[in-house]
Design a protein around this ligand. Structure first.
Ligand SMILES: [Zn+2]
Length: 391
C-alpha cells in the first residue's frame, strides 16, 4: 500500500538509509497505549488510536513503524507488562540468570534500565547475592522490594548512576520502544567499564512471522528485530556479542555483550536477507481473513473469552473490534490487573477463578502457544474441561 501525503520517518532507524519507496503495511486504528490498563471502561474506550505503517528497509531489512510518534506514548503506573505469573516465564528467567552468571563472577551491582515492577532485578540480585539499581517510570509505588534493591521511578540517563560500579547492565524489552535504537544503546553503555556484561533482550520478529502472529505488531513497538538485524544493531552500537540466543520458546532474542574495543563505522555489514516484505503484506491479508472466520465461528457457538490480557490479546481485540458486549471479560493470572479495563475495547480483566460463576465459555483463546501447557493444567485444576485454542 502507498501512503502518499502522510508524514513518514525519512530514514531507517537502524542504518539511516532513506527508502526510495513508501511501500508499507497499514495497521488501522491501533491503540497507542498498549499494556496500559484502565480503572474505568469510559477511560479505556476513549484511549487514543493511530494508524501504524510498517516498513522494511531496502538496505538492512529492518522492520519498523515509520509513522511512530514517541510523544503519544505514556509510561506511567497504569502500564504493566509483567509475565511473572507464568511458570514457563519464571523458568526462562532462571536460565537467563545462570547464563549471565557463567560470564560474570561475583558481581557487585546490577543496573536494570526499564525494570518494570522489579521482578527480574529481584530474582537476579538474589541469585547473584549482590546489589541492584533499577529505573522505570512505570514501577508501581505499592510493591515491596528487598533491601538490596533500589528502584527509581524515572527514565535512566548515564548521569543518574555511578557506571564504574556496574558489573551487569540489564535492558530487557526496552529497545523495541526506542525511535533511535543505536543512539539509545550508545547512551546507556557509554560510561560503563569495559568488563561490564551488557544483557539486551528484544521480541523476536522471526517467530511472529513464521507463526503468522500479526498480533505481535503494536504501535508502541517502533522496532522489530530479527536475529540478523539484532546483531547488526548491537554492532552498530559499539557492542561485541559474547553469546546470543532465541529465548522463551523463541519469542525473544537475548544477547550478552561487552563494549567493543573497535568502533563500528560503515554500513557494509548490513544483513542481506531475502526480500520478504511483499510476502509479509500478503500474509497479513490472509491473517485478517482466517482469524475473522475463526472468531465468527467461535462466537456463533456460544460465549468466547481470552486467557492472558497481554499486548497480544489487546491487539486481537482491537484489530477485530471485539467489544465488551461480545467478550465481557478476559482472564489473567496477574492480580494487579483484576477489575481493570482493556485499552480500546473496554473488556474487563478477571481472575481465572471467576470462570466458575461466569457464563460458561464455549471457547477460550490464547494468543501465544507458549503458555498452552500451563493454562491447560490450570483449567483442569479449576474444573473446566474445554481445552484452550491458540488464536
Ligand atoms: Zn536499514
Amino acid at each position: 500500500m502507498r501512503m502518499d501525503g502522510l508524514k513518514m520517518n525519512a530514514c531507517c532507524p537502524l542504518c539511516q538509509v532513506v527508502p526510495e519507496s513508501n511501500d508499507n503495511i497499514t495497521f488501522s486504528r491501533c491503540p497507542v497505549n498498549i499494556n496500559v490498563y484502565y480503572s474505568t471502561r469510559a477511560l479505556a474506550t476513549a484511549s487514543p488510536r493511530e494508524d501504524m505503517h510498517l516498513c522494511s528497509c531496502p538496505n538492512c531489512s529492518f522492520i519498523y513503524n515509520a509513522s511512530f510518534n514517541p510523544s503519544l506514548i505514556h509510561f506511567n503506573e497504569a502500564f504493566c507488562s509483567t509475565q511473572s505469573a507464568s511458570p514457563s516465564f519464571i523458568q526462562d528467567r532462571q536460565y537467563l540468570i545462570q547464563s549471565v552468571l557463567s560470564f560474570v563472577e561475583n558481581p557487585g551491582t546490577i543496573l536494570e534500565v526499564g525494570c518494570g515492577d522489579g521482578y527480574f532485578l529481584s530474582e537476579f540480585t538474589s541469585a547473584a547475592k549482590c546489589k541492584g539499581i533499577g529505573y522505570d517510570p512505570s514501577c508501581p509505588d505499592n510493591i515491596s522490594l528487598p533491601a538490596n534493591i533500589q528502584i527509581h521511578r524515572s527514565f535512566y540517563t548515564p548521569d543518574n548512576a555511578s557506571p564504574d560500579d556496574i558489573d551487569i547492565l540489564l535492558c530487557s524489552m526496552v529497545l523495541e520502544h526506542q525511535p533511535d535504537p543505536v543512539s539509545f544503546l550508545q547512551s546507556i553503555t557509554k560510561a560503563l567499564k569495559p568488563s561490564c556484561c551488557i544483557v539486551i533482550e528484544v521480541p523476536n520478529i522471526q517467530k511472529s512471522i513464521s507463526t503468522n502472529r500479526f498480533h505481535d505488531f503494536y504501535y508502541d513497538h517502533c522496532n522489530y528485530f530479527s536475529p540478523e538485524t539484532f546483531h547488526f544493531c548491537l554492532h552498530r552500537s559499539g557492542l561485541e556479542i559474547l553469546k546470543c540466543w532465541e529465548a522463551f520458546d523463541e519469542n525473544n532474542l537475548v544477547a550478552l555483550c561487552r563494549k567493543s574495543p573497535t568502533t563500528f563505522q560503515n554500513t557494509t555489514m548490513a544483513p542481506k536477507t531475502p526480500p520478504m516484505f511483499e510476502k509479509l503484506s500478503h500474509s497479513y491479508q490472509l491473517y485478517l481473513e482466517e482469524k475473522s472466520t475463526q472468531l465468527n465461528h467461535a462466537l456463533s457457538k456460544g460465549p468466547v473469552t481470552f486467557w492472558g490480557a497481554s499486548a497480544k490479546c489487546q491487539t486481537v481485540l482491537n484489530t477485530f473490534n471485539l467489544s465488551y458486549q461480545q467478550i465481557p471479560f478476559v482472564l489473567d493470572n496477574n492480580p494487579q490487573l483484576w477489575g481493570k479495563f482493556m485499552v480500546g475495547t473496554g473488556n474487563q480483566v478477571c481472575a481465572p477463578a471467576q470462570l466458575a460463576s461466569a457464563p460458561y465459555p464455549k471457547t477460550i483463546f490464547l494468543t501465544n502457544d507458549t503458555y498452552i501447557t500451563e493454562i491447560t493444567r490450570q483449567l483442569t485444576t479449576i474444573g473446566i474441561s474445554n481445552r484452550p485454542l491458540v488464536f
